[in-house]
Every structure is written in structure tokens, then in C-alpha cells.
Design a protein around this ligand. Structure first.
Ligand code: MGD
Ligand code: MGD
Ligand code: MO
Length: 768
């Protein structure tokens, strides 16, 4: 197969011409239907596909969509599906298989030449495999021998802290719970997870401000809000079911303000994803009322400007501030007022990239709205000052008492379908003492109290040789993490790497001296254990927990469920453990019985999940109970963030984002429909003025050189420069290809998150 010229990035190899044209249609229109048809055809699923789709997100018969964490339709009547959910499900349900014969035919060195698309497209993994260095191939291993190998390696370590255990956000609540129990009983808190790259900042900011790491709104609140600020979210691609809510909000007269350096398609109009009548009639709905094209990281300045408008109004209007709420429930207001008053409009304009008139308009909308929600995702969370920014959002909400009442509150948009549940169930390298105490008391273990390693910390520890065993429950660590080459080196220095996966990916090919691939059931597949079919629960972005049962025949008879894989790793590592690992596997109710005792809000767990639409985990901040040191919501007083400005004037700020046609490191095609892109991922969107200043023509090849915090440089060569409506001084391109530009020292001092949205780069015509 011809590899050059590549126009795909990590997507399929293509020699088709690339193109980019503005997208002029509503989101989720017939383009979505067409694109879904292609995916279903490619996975050879003409019949099973549609049937399983009908069961997806159906609270009575269905399983939870393995896509995003947006809540499912609450009344249980509508078929709440979206294009991207369909793609994720069909990708898992493919009829293609990767069995021992596949690995016999390909060495690891050969597979390493394949694109990431080709690796995943090879199909579902069917059997446990172990790396044979002499053959440079994965060869079959029995499950018993695989677990014995893991147990032997873990028991042979000088300290439990020489192992690290990654979690990707699809892992269920039950699996998460026994996974962290295993690690803590073994003796380590080394729990890197995808939250470390995603919403760590949101968790820290919310905990500091309101004493909980989660948002407080539910879908009903969204329906009742008068105003929504949606910052740094590409909703049409990454939370498509949110479009339904946005359309309903605009229809009911609410203001929906999109804050984004790019004008994403969700900020205009949509054809409501599950409304087939609307689709048939090509009837679109408005999904936005105002677009604010901030400079990268300018969101904090926007929020401070809104606060300034509120304080200015408060001089004459007694209702501008919610005085009662502020007096009863908050601390730090006066200091915040002084800080805001001392910040001049010129400063706010420079830091936000918006004009004073726009800033004032946003402030006026806020003053006029009775009920306001502030919602955000990675465009905010992956910046250096993300914690300060999100705390500033909270400050603004607090000013008008927009928390703990209907239609109002903070709402981080979570990514993976159960990333929030992972944390609730204890996957956290710095868990609160209360959880550790409860684990100790109930399970008779002594959980370690020293905080463990997160994602960046694990990479560095493996690189140094301090961590020798890496175990991953899902995900594609080497591609998702920053500094791809450095991370690959880190993994290859391990004595053992273990990947529990559904599909082949790059992380299987970048491995330790010993390596295992352990194939598991996907969420769509039926899971039969001793006591019958088992379901597992997930928590959505709005704290609703519900149970999900797989429906399909498993891709292979050899697959084990994730709880079984975890329990058997635990038993092999801790032969004398009194934890009932075998009983946990026989009946997941047994896991839930223990969770009910240990986890706040889970009392009666097994009964609660009998309600088909699930239950809501109590959220104290929603009742205006703030679990902070003062017992009140805390105003923050951070200096204005100016992350938007790189240290040298000829540098640009690069953000790395998803195309419409990918799920994180899984790339379905080289198209990015809503940004009008076809057949190319190796691209960088630039402002036309920045291109002119560098002598770069639209469509020309360029070299991109990043400069890290530690001064080191990294490069991507021969990328296509595409003129795009992004603010001057900013640039955009796709993850995971661009992770090679993020140095291992490029993480936020506030959140330890890799700086995926503010990479400092220089762009020059290729070869100069
Ligand atoms: N189809 C699909 N759905 C997904 C995923 C997927 O890969 N594919 N991934 C899932 C996961 S794990 C996650 S975490 C979420 C991610 O969901 P998103 O946060 O939407 O993900 P990104 O593609 O990184 O897009 C970031 C958005 O922030 C904007 N942005 C960049 N910098 C700034 C800034 O400084 N300020 C503001 N206001 N905006 C900015 C970008 O222009 C872009 O619109 O989606 C989840 N859903
Ligand atoms: N530059 C840059 N880097 C980023 C980001 C960014 O915006 N920019 N975003 C970051 C974010 S928000 C995230 S969440 C991470 C994503 O990081 P990860 O969660 O590590 O990556 P995914 O691509 O979601 O993982 C895909 C793999 O998961 C496996 N898989 C799928 N379903 C299952 C299942 O049911 N069980 C198991 N065991 N395995 C399964 C398949 O083998 C598949 O190959 O990437 C981060 N990296
Ligand atoms: Mo994420």
C-alpha cells in the first residue's frame, strides 16, 4: 500500500485530494445520516447494527451509549441517539476479528508501520496474548498463565509504588470500585486516569469553590435556564445529544452564548438528532443566540468583565447582586469586588480578545437573566490557568446566587461516558481521607495515605525507572498522553505492560520487556456469570447513575468481563486476600453491596438501580450545602490569566482538538465535516493575517516547531496550512497527532493537566 504522500494523519491512508470549505448547513442534518451509513457498512453490520441502535440509551431495555457522558433522555420515551453514538457502537460491534492467526501473520515491528486507523479497523481482539521477544510477535497465552504472570511481577516489585494503574473513562462503576480496591489493598495510590488530561482542573476548581468536584445541574435545570454560557465545547461533534437541549432552550426564549475562538457549528443551528420528523422535513432549530470569539484562555477575562458589569450595576440596582445568598452562603466577596474594580476595561479587552462592547453585552445578558448556567469543556480545562478560570466562573455564578436553585449552576461537560463515575468510585490518585478511611473500615485493609502518581507523574516515573509495571484498563495511553516519543520510551522501559482492551491500538505495540493484551467484553455485549446475566452502572455528567446490560453475543468466547479481569489480577497478586474477589465476579450485586456501605450516596445501591431511569447521587452543593473549610462557597481572588500571550511575539498559541470523525485516539475517517474538511488531518488552521505575515499561502506546507516550558523544542513537518476563522495569534489542529508537540514538562502548575490547548509554536513554510 502506498504510504506517501500521507494525507490522513493517524486516519486511513489516502491519496484522494484534500479540501476545506466553509460548512453552511445545520449540525446533525442528513450529512450525519450518510456518515453513519458508511460506518455501519464498513463494519459489515447491515442487520445487527440498527437493532442494537434501537436498544441504545433506552432506559428499559437498553445499554448505556459508550460515547459521551451527556445524560440520556430522562422520560424514557424518546429514542435519544446521535450520529457519533452510533459510530462508537458499530465500531465496537464490528464483525472483524483480531485473533491468534492475526498476530501469527504480523510482527510487532510490522504492525508499528500501520496507521492507527488500520490497527483499530482490524477488528475486535479475541484472545489473551503475550509478547514473545524472540519472535517479535504476540502469541497466545491462557488466562491463568496471564494472571499468574501479572501476580508474579507485581509481587516481585521492591514496593507497590513501582506499579501504576491507568483507567480510561469507559470503565463502569463496579469495575472502578474493585480496581481501586485492588490497588489500595496491594498498597499504592498510583492511579493515572484520563481525568488527568480532561477535567482535573474542573474538579479542583469546583472543590475549592463549592466543596464538590462535580457540576450541580441536571437536564431539567437546562430546560429552565434563561441564560447559558457554553465555553470551550464543540457540542455538535463531542456531545451531540446536547444539541437537542440547546435547540429547546433557544426555542423557549433562553439566551445561549457560545464562547470559543472558533465559531463551531453548534453555535448556529441544528437538526435535532433524534427528531426524525425534523430530519425528514429538513427543519432546523436555532442553537445559539450570541457568539463570542475569545482569544485562547480569554475566558477568565470575559467572566471578570461580566462581574464588573454586575458590580457597576449594583451601585444603583439593589437586585444586581443576590445579597441574601452572598451574606448567608459565601466568603471573600469584598476582596473579589476590589479585585474586579481594580481591573481596567483595557486589561479585560486585551486578555479576552473581545471588544468592550461585547464584554458589556455579555454582562447585560447576565444581569437580565434570572437563572444562569455556566458550562465548559476542554477549551477551558486544558489551559495553564484553568483552575483560576473555572473559579472565576464560580465567582460570577455566586454573585447572583446562581447555584442550588432550579435552572442555575455550574456544568462541566464530561468526556468519556463514565469518567465522572470513575472518580466517584475511588479512582483518584489523591482521594479524600474520608474515602480511604471508609475503605479501611469496611474491607479491613490499610489503604496507603501518600498521594499516588497521576498521568504525567507516571510517565516521568516510568522514564526514570521508578515504575516498572504499567497496567491499563482501556484507553490508548501512548497516543492520548503528551510527548509521544518520551511516553513511548517510558513505557518501553517497563518490565511489564498490560493492556485490557477491546481493539488493537498503538499502546499494544509500544510495550515493556514483557507485555500482555487482555481482551474484554464491550458494553454492548452480554455478560453471563455464575448467577446469570450481569449489568454494570455508569454515572453521567449530571450525576445520574443507571444500570446498563449488554445485549449482543460476545465477539469471542474467550473474552472476560472487566470485573473478572480485575478480580483475577487481584487474586493472583494477593493470594491471601480476604476480599471476596470470586464472589464479586459471580454476582456484581455483591460488589454493589460493598459500594453501598463505602461510597456516600450509594446506600441501597442494588435497590436504587431497579428504577429504570436510575438515581441521582446526592450533591450537597445543589442544596447550598458547601463542604469547604468555611462551610461556605469561597470566592477566589486570582490575578487575571494572560495565557493567551506566548513569550515571544513571533509565536502562536496552538490548541489541539478533535475532528468530527474521531473518538479521542480512534479515528474513523480523515474528514471533519462541520469544519468543512475532507481527506486530511495533517493540517493546521491559521488566521489569514498570521499566514500573510509569514509568507504562507493557503494550502501550503509548513513546519511547526513548539517550544516547551523547559525550553526544549519539538517539530511536526510538512503540515498543510489552512486559512481559518481563528483569532490572530492562535492556531488549531488535531489530537492525537499533535501530541508530539507537547513536552513532558508542559503541564499546568494548577491542575497538572497537559497543556493541550496552549502550545507555543512557530510556523514557517516547509523546509525553511
Ligand atoms: N465524537 C466524539 N465525542 C467525544 C470525544 C471524541 O473524541 N469524539 N471525546 C470525549 C472526551 S474524552 C471529551 S473530554 C470531550 C471533549 O469535548 P470538547 O471539549 O468539545 O473537545 P475538543 O475537540 O478538544 O474541543 C475543544 C473546544 O474548545 C475550543 N477552545 C479551544 N481553546 C479555547 C479557549 O481558550 N477558550 C474557549 N472558550 N474555547 C476554546 C475549541 O475551539 C473547541 O471547540 O468530548 C467527548 N466526546
Ligand atoms: N493533545 C491532546 N491530547 C489529549 C486530549 C486533547 O484534547 N489534546 N484530550 C485528552 C482527553 S480529554 C482524554 S479523555 C484522553 C483519552 O485517552 P484514552 O481514554 O486513553 O483514549 P481513547 O482513545 O478513548 O481509548 C481508545 C481505546 O480504548 C479501548 N476501549 C474501547 N472501549 C473499551 C472498553 O469497553 N473496555 C476497555 N477495556 N477498553 C476499551 C480500545 O482498545 C480503544 O483502542 O486523551 C487526552 N489527550
Ligand atoms: Mo476526555
Amino acid at each position: 500500500m502506498a504510504r506517501q504522500p500521507r494525507q490522513g494523519g493517524y486516519g486511513p491512508v489516502t491519496d484522494r485530494d484534500w479540501s476545506q470549505q466553509p460548512y453552511r448547513h445545520p449540525a446533525a442534518a442528513w450529512g450525519a445520516a450518510l456518515s453513519v451509513g458508511k460506518v455501519i457498512a464498513r463494519q459489515r453490520l447491515p442487520i445487527a447494527g440498527p437493532k442494537a441502535l434501537v436498544q441504545m440509551n433506552h432506559p428499559i431495555r437498553g445499554y448505556d451509549c459508550p460515547g459521551c457522558a451527556w445524560p440520556d433522555d430522562q422520560d424514557g420515551l424518546l429514542l435519544d441517539i446521535c450520529e457519533n453514538g452510533i459510530k462508537h457502537v458499530t465500531w465496537e460491534m464490528t464483525h472483524k476479528r483480531v485473533g491468534p492467526w492475526f498476530f501469527a501473520a504480523h510482527t510487532v515491528t510490522e504492525l508499528a508501520q500501520w496507521t492507527d486507523f488500520e490497527l483499530e479497523d482490524a477488528g475486535r481482539l479475541t484472545d489473551p496474548m503475550v509478547y514473545d521477544a524472540e519472535l517479535d510477535r504476540y502469541v497466545p497465552i491462557s488466562w491463568d498463565a496471564a494472571f499468574a504472570l501479572i501476580g508474579e511481577e507485581l509481587r516481585g516489585l521492591p514496593t507497590p509504588d513501582a506499579a501504576t494503574f491507568y483507567t480510561s473513562g469507559r470503565l463502569s462503576n463496579e469495575s472502578s470500585y474493585i480496581y481501586q480496591l485492588f490497588m489500595r489493598e496491594f498498597g499504592t495510590n498510583n492511579m493515572p486516569d484520563c481525568s488527568n488530561m480532561c477535567h482535573e482542573a474542573s474538579g479542583r476548581a469546583l472543590t475549592a469553590s463549592i466543596g464538590t468536584g462535580k457540576g450541580t445541574t441536571d437536564v431539567q435545570d437546562w430546560a429552565e435556564a434563561d441564560l447559558l454560557f457554553l465555553l470551550g465545547v464543540n457540542a455538535a461533534s463531542n456531545a451531540p445529544r446536547m444539541l437537542t437541549t440547546l435547540a429547546a432552550m433557544v426555542r423557549s426564549g433562553a439566551q445561549v452564548v457560545h464562547v470559543n475562538p472558533l465559531v463551531e457549528v453548534a453555535s448556529t443551528k441544528t437538526i435535532v438528532p433524534h427528531d426524525f420528523l425534523d430530519m425528514a422535513l429538513f427543519r432546523s432549530s436555532q442553537t445559539g443566540s450570541l457568539d463570542l470569539q475569545v482569544a485562547p484562555g480569554g475566558d477568565m477575562a470575559l467572566m471578570r468583565a461580566i462581574a464588573k458589569v454586575v458590580f457597576e450595576a449594583a451601585d444603583t440596582d439593589p437586585t444586581a447582586l443576590d445579597r441574601e445568598f452572598l451574606a448567608e452562603h459565601t466568603v471573600g466577596l469584598e476582596e473579589y469586588r476590589a479585585l474586579v474594580q481594580a481591573t481596567g476595561w483595557d486589561e479585560l479587552v486585551a486578555a479576552s480578545g473581545l471588544g468592550e462592547a461585547q464584554l458589556r453585552q455579555a454582562g447585560e445578558l447576565y444581569l437580565r437573566a434570572g437563572r444562569t448556567i455556566v458550562s465548559w469543556c476542554l477549551g477551558v480545562a486544558q489551559h495553564e490557568h484553568a483552575v483560576d478560570m473555572i473559579r472565576e466562573f464560580m465567582n460570577v455564578l455566586l454573585l447572583r446566587g446562581n447555584i442550588g436553585r432550579p435552572g442555575a449552576g455550574p456544568a462541566p461537560v464530561r468526556g468519556h461516558s463514565n469518567v465522572q463515575g470513575n472518580r466517584t468510585c475511588g479512582i483518584n490518585h489523591h482521594s479524600p481521607a474520608a474515602l480511604l478511611d471508609a475503605l479501611d473500615a469496611h474491607h479491613g485493609i490499610t489503604a496507603p495515605r501518600t498521594p499516588g502518581l497521576d498521568t504525567v507523574g507516571s510517565i516521568e516515573a516510568m522514564h526514570r525507572g521508578d515504575v516498572a509495571v504499567f497496567i491499563a484498563l482501556g484507553g490508548n495511553f501512548v497516543l492520548a498522553a503528551p510527548d509521544t516519543d518520551y511516553t513511548a520510551e517510558a513505557l518501553s522501559r517497563c518490565a511489564l505492560t498490560v493492556q485490557v482492551s477491546t481493539k488493537l491500538n498503538r499502546s499494544h505495540l509500544v510495550h515493556g520487556r514483557k507485555a500482555l493484551i487482555l481482551p474484554c467484553l464491550g458494553r454492548t455485549e452480554i455478560d453471563i456469570q455464575r448467577d446469570g446475566p450481569q449489568g454494570q452502572t455508569v454515572e453521567d455528567a449530571m450525576s445520574m447513575v443507571h444500570v446498563s446490560y449488554g445485549k449482543k453475543k460476545p465477539a469471542s468466547e474467550a473474552l472476560l468481563s472487566e470485573p473478572e479481569i480485575i478480580a483475577r489480577m487481584a487474586r493472583a497478586t494477593l493470594p491471601d486476600s480476604t476480599t471476596p474477589w470470586e464472589e464479586y465476579v459471580a454476582n456484581y450485586d455483591r460488589i454493589r453491596d460493598d459500594m453501598a456501605v463505602v461510597l456516600p450516596g450509594f446506600a441501597g445501591f442494588n435497590d436504587l438501580i431497579k428504577n429504570p431511569t436510575g438515581f441521582r447521587i446526592p450533591q450537597p452543593a445543589r442544596e447550598r450545602v458547601f463542604a469547604t473549610a468555611s462551610g461556605r462557597a469561597q470566592f477566589s481572588h486570582a490575578p487575571l490569566a494572560t495565557a493567551a500571550h506566548p513569550p515571544e511575539p513571533d509565536m502562536l498559541v496552538l490548541q489541539t482538538m478533535r475532528s468530527h470523525d474521531q473518538w479521542n485516539t480512534t479515528i474513523y475517517s480523515n474528514n471533519d465535516r462541520y469544519r468543512g474538511v475532507k481527506n486530511i488531518r495533517e493540517l493546521i488552521f491559521l488566521n489569514p493575517a498570521d499566514m500573510a505575515a509569514r509568507g504562507i499561502a493557503d494550502g501550503a506546507l509548513v513546519d511547526i516547531v513548539s517550544t516547551s516550558k523547559d525550553g526544549s523544542q519539538r517539530a511536526l513537518r510538512s503540515y498543510r496550512a489552512i486559512a481559518y476563522d481563528t483569532p490572530k495569534g492562535s492556531a488549531a489542529g488535531y489530537m492525537p497527532e499533535m501530541n508530539v508537540l507537547i513536552g513532558h514538562s508542559d503541564y499546568s502548575a494548577q491542575s497538572d493537566q497537559p497543556l493541550a490547548k496552549s502550545i507555543h509554536i512557530r510556523v514557517t513554510p516547509a523546509g525553511q
